[in-house]
Structures are given as structure tokens and as C-alpha cells.
Ligand binder design. Structure first.
Ligand code: ADP
Length: 255
């Protein structure tokens, strides 16, 4: 069982225009286990990306600790895979070469188990027929699906998704939400997903963390036990919507 723990985590950044500092996040505490899907919502600037980058090991806390299975995170590692809003693909490599990049580096590319899994993921992402295409030949949805499976193939214990569907149109986005759910339900590893889309957070998360800005902190950490697949139009879903909007101070009706 994998356990990710954030304990009294603070992160501040030096401001370039003065001697001051920006307190990006303040006293963040939570613990996530295998099988949990954490949706993180909050206004811009409340520290969502900072939390993801801290867990990825791209930056380090100013105070507090972040541990995976009791070990302090000391840098990046394929056990914590991150997918960004803009798919960060290698533009000079084909779909297949992008997918297999890490395996090629580790000389595991021709391992039969690996090859079978790569094939399965290409199929799942609907990219089998496009394996020889280059990123510029793909649609936004296809490129993002490739970015997702390229991270998945490394079997990360923690999957970090930083607003990965933000650049997609509404319909592609809803289809991709189902893809992500399928991938997670198969692996049941830890997923943390930042989103600005409240419906997306409710549709996907077993937990919803609502953040508040200046300094970035956790306002609420809610368990979402609605069974999957979730109906976006059910009464329960709409109740959730109301609750999250109220926590974000968008709950008032305008007369
Ligand atoms: P969010 O993802 O919720 O929009 P961020 O984590 O990107 O928020 O940013 C939180 C705060 O930290 C913001 O005020 C932002 O300007 C500041 N910040 C983030 N990264 C840096 C950095 N590398 N240098 C200076 N300030 C930063």
C-alpha cells in the first residue's frame, strides 16, 4: 500500500521585484493512499501547481515534510509521474518513440511484457493507427492521451495531473475524463489532479480538496463516495456542485 503524506508543508518564493517573499502555500496537511483520487480545486494563485511540483520533487518545501511510504521526497523520480496542461512531447519522435522513451533509455524496450503493455496502452488511447505519426500531426486530445499513457507506462505510484485537460474542448474533455477514470480504476494507484472545473473534480475524485488563496491553504478536504460511473445530472451531483461552489464563495444567487 502506497501512502503519500504532506506534513505542515510551507513554500515561499523570493519576489523578483522586491526583497519580499510570496507565501505560495501555508501549512498543507493531507495523506493519500492507493486507490484514492484526489481532485484539487481553487482559484488561480492558491498554490495548486506548487503542491504538484513539490510532490513531483521539482521544488522543495520551505518548511514541513513530504514523504512517499515514509521516505522524504528528494527529487524527481518515475515513481511520481506528472502530466502538464500542455503535453510535453518530444516533437522529433513519433507517437511510439515518445511512448517508449523511458524504456529505450533503460534498455527495456524489447522486453516482451513491456512490448505487450505498450501495445495495450496504444490501443486504449486510440493511438495504434497513429504510432508512426509525429506530435504535430495529432489533435490536442490525441497528444494529451499520449502524454497520459507515456507517464502511465512507467507505473507511477503517484500520478500527478496538473490541469491536464484544460486546453481541450468540452466534449473531448468529458471523454478524456472517462479515459483517466478507466486508467486509474485499472491501476488503483494514487492520483492527484488539479482542475479549475468543478464538475470535473466531482465527476472524478474520491476526495475533493478545496483551496483558498493568499496564502494558499486547504479550506476543505471532502470525501466523495458517489459510486462510479457518476451521472453529472443526478441530484446528488448537483448537491456536490452547490457545496463546492459555496466553499469557493460562488454560492450566492444574483437577484
Ligand atoms: P495555482 O496553480 O493555484 O494557480 P501557483 O502554485 O502557480 O498557483 O502559485 C501560487 C503563488 O506562488 C502565486 O502567487 C504565484 O505567483 C507564486 N509562485 C509560483 N511559482 C513561483 C515561482 N517559481 N517564483 C515566484 N513565485 C511563484
Amino acid at each position: 500500500m502506497n501512502v503519500l503524506e504532506l506534513n505542515h508543508v510551507y513554500k515561499s518564493f523570493a519576489r523578483s521585484d522586491s526583497n519580499g517573499v510570496t507565501q505560495a502555500v501555508s501549512d498543507i496537511n493531507f495523506s493519500v493512499n492507493d486507490g484514492e483520487f484526489l481532485s484539487i480545486v481553487g482559484p488561480s494563485g492558491c498554490g495548486k501547481s506548487t503542491i504538484m511540483r513539490l510532490i513531483a520533487g521539482l521544488i522543495f518545501p520551505t518548511a514541513g515534510t513530504i514523504t512517499l511510504n515514509g521516505e522524504i521526497i528528494k527529487g524527481t523520480d518515475t515513481e511520481r509521474g506528472m502530466v502538464f496542461q500542455k503535453p510535453t512531447l518530444f516533437l522529433w519522435l513519433t507517437v511510439e518513440e515518445n511512448l517508449n522513451f523511458t524504456a529505450t533509455m533503460k534498455k527495456q524496450r524489447h522486453n516482451p511484457d513491456y512490448m505487450a503493455e505498450a501495445e495495450r496502452l496504444l490501443e486504449l488511447a486510440g493511438l495504434s493507427e497513429f504510432r508512426h505519426d509525429f506530435p504535430h500531426q495529432l489533435s490536442g486530445g490525441m497528444a494529451q492521451r499520449l502524454a497520459l499513457i507515456r507517464t502511465m507506462i512507467n507505473h507511477p505510484k503517484v500520478f500527478l495531473l496538473d490541469e491536464p485537460l484544460g486546453a481541450l474542448d468540452a466534449f473531448t474533455r468529458m471523454n478524456m475524463q472517462d479515459e483517466i477514470l478507466k486508467l486509474w480504476q485499472r491501476s488503483k494507484h494514487i492520483v492527484l489532479m488539479v482542475t479549475h472545473d468543478i464538475d470535473e473534480a466531482i465527476y472524478l475524485g474520491t476526495r475533493i480538496i478545496v483551496m483558498a488563496p493568499r496564502p494558499g491553504r486547504i479550506r476543505a478536504d471532502l470525501r466523495n463516495d458517489m459510486p462510479y460511473p457518476r451521472a453529472r445530472t443526478s441530484d446528488e451531483f448537483l448537491q456536490w456542485r452547490k457545496k463546492v461552489l459555496e466553499l469557493l464563495n460562488f454560492g450566492q444567487t444574483i437577484n
